[in-house]
Design a protein around this ligand. Structure first.
Ligand SMILES: Nc1nc2c(ncn2[C@@H]2O[C@H](COP(=O)(O)OP(=O)(O)O)[C@@H](O)[C@H]2O)c(=O)[nH]1
Ligand SMILES: [Mg+2]
Length: 216
């Protein structure tokens, strides 16, 4: 029984990875650098997108992934940010076939950065490649400083980590040393930027890192 389940999972990942490679090739042929934006619901992923796009002086493209609704896409369109919506209708993460369908409806006229906001979830998105160049993990101080210990895979796989909502630090008992120790046990390389979607601080630095990493 267990063996059969393991085989099915291997098949699912093999098929997903094959399509993810195609997505990556399609985007890199167009000089588009893809960022898989992961984090729990309400951690401020869409708010972060808005700030990063303001700081980046390169074309930005957005795909919004949600179980249902196009609230975030509409929110971005009102700010003249071109966004494309994917609904998973139940699935707790995006996969490469869904992203593949979305990119084929989009125009990538100039080299730039494509942000793909994954379904709000700290577990499943980390397990699936969607053809991205890097994974950006966002955590908020309101989530608690123990998250690297409880959800290690997302922290292990992140290429860049944003710690958001730092405007709220005075009201919380967030243990930053404990949080950073947890991250460094799992991931020695990813830079951690402290940001606030409320005040806008920290995003200039994070955007500069992304631009450099994208080679744009
Ligand atoms: N105080 C504070 N609130 C924030 C910050 N960033 C986002 N929020 C709020 O958190 C809520 C969820 O933000 P949203 O960007 O929709 O999160 P998402 O679900 O991860 O995309 C909204 O009410 C935001 O206004 C922040 O840095 N500080
Ligand atoms: Mg959102």
């Amino acid at each position: 029984m267990h063996m059969m389940k393991a085989d099915v999972m291997v098949d699912i990942h093999a098929r997903n990875n094959h399509i993810a490679e195609h997505v990556h090739e399609y985007l890199s042929d167009r000089h588009v650098f893809a960022v898989n934006l992961m984090g729990a619901p309400g951690t401020g992923k869409t708010t972060t997108l808005e700030h990063l796009l303001k700081h980046l002086d390169v074309p930005g493209y957005v795909i919004e992934g949600d179980i249902e609704s196009d609230i975030d896409t509409e929110r971005l369109r009102k700010q003249q940010i071109a966004a494309s919506q994917i609904n998973t209708f139940g699935a707790c993460h995006l996969d490469a076939p869904l992203v593949h369908n979305a990119i084929h409806t989009m125009q990538f006229e100039k080299p730039g950065i494509l942000f793909i906001e994954n379904v709000g979830n700290l577990v499943c998105p980390a397990e699936f490649s969607i053809g991205e160049d890097i994974k950006l993990l966002q955590v908020s101080v309101t989530d608690g400083s123990d998250k690297p210990y409880k959800y290690p895979l997302a922290f292990e796989k992140a290429d860049i980590i944003l710690l958001n909502k730092i405007d709220l630090l005075p009201y919380l008992d967030f243990d930053e040393a404990f949080f950073m120790d947890g991250i460094r046990h799992l991931n020695k390389k990813a830079p951690v930027f402290k940001v606030s979607g409320k005040t806008g601080e920290g995003y200039a630095e994070a955007a500069a890192w992304l631009k450099e990493r994208a080679g744009l």
